[in-house]
Design a protein around this ligand. Structure first.
Ligand SMILES: Cc1cc2nc3c(=O)[nH]c(=O)nc-3n(C[C@H](O)[C@H](O)[C@H](O)COP(=O)(O)O)c2cc1C
Length: 224
């Protein structure tokens, strides 16, 4: 049965259906789908229309493996920093099951989280021209556009900053992919066919996020 949606409903559905997918089948991503994803990146807004983004399509297994190793190391160090500064313990404070908590800490600090990026048949590495005012925002807009099209096509993807958190890793990525000095490697986007649907992660309610006229005045109580 095909459902029909208005454009607004279809847009909302794609936004609500998008989630970070970290497990992929071996099925390749078609060139047609890849083109649609990249076109969405190209159409993103950018400050002064600078379009400072460049994209490297990585399919080669050895290169994907190398990116996975850098990503795994980056997230392992970041989570270890979170652990030693007790931020991780705060984040998991509501989890009562001590065994589950220990397992989560071990997994996060192990250096394996984010290495999944190498399992995707395609990695889109997003680079940004350093000498442009709004490059981090511009590349973020392009990435979200891609993630939405990935979802609309029935594919799965994840925004992975892990290989670019640490300047030393950035240099490794730069060298691996031959990125010139004027560009920064911003993030890696995994793209592939999802193994299974993923549960939505929780979101804060709008009434905690939105103020009316000035900071602190709840919008939803003042709304007319
Ligand atoms: C800027 C940014 C960087 C991210 N980096 C990583 C990453 O390095 N590794 C990873 O597994 N997920 C990464 N994610 C995915 C987030 O963990 C995910 O978006 C969040 O948990 C919410 O889940 P959802 O995307 O399924 O809604 C990143 C997301 C964003 C926006």
């Amino acid at each position: 049965m095909t459902e029909t949606y208005s454009l607004a409903e279809a847009t909302m559905k794609v936004i609500l259906d998008r989630r970070s997918i970290r497990e992929f089948t071996d099925e390749p991503v078609s060139e047609e789908d890849l083109q649609a994803i990249l076109e969405c990146a190209r159409q993103a807004p950018s400050g002064e229309n600078a379009q400072p983004w460049r994209f490297i399509i990585v399919k080669d297994p050895a290169r994907r493996k190398a990116i996975a190793a850098i990503a795994g190391g980056g997230s392992g160090r970041r989570f270890t920093a979170e652990f030693v500064t007790k931020k991780m313990q705060e984040r998991f404070a509501t989890l009562q099951d001590e065994a589950k908590k220990k397992a989560a800490f071990e997994k996060l600090t192990s250096g394996q989280v984010s290495a999944f990026v190498g399992d995707a048949p395609v990695i889109i590495v997003v680079c940004g021209k350093k000498d442009t005012w709004d490059m981090p925002y511009d590349t973020s807009a392009a990435i979200e556009n891609m993630l939405l099209m990935i979802t609309a096509l029935g594919l799965g993807g994840c925004w992975v900053i892990a290989p670019c958190i640490d300047v030393r890793d950035e240099e490794r990525m730069q060298e691996l992919l031959g990125v010139p000095a004027g560009y920064k490697v911003v993030s890696a986007i995994s793209v592939g066919h999802p193994v299974r649907p993923h549960r939505p992660r929780p979101r804060l309610p709008l009434h905690e996020l939105v103020y009316s006229e000035e900071w602190g005045t709840p919008y939803y109580e003042a709304k007319q």
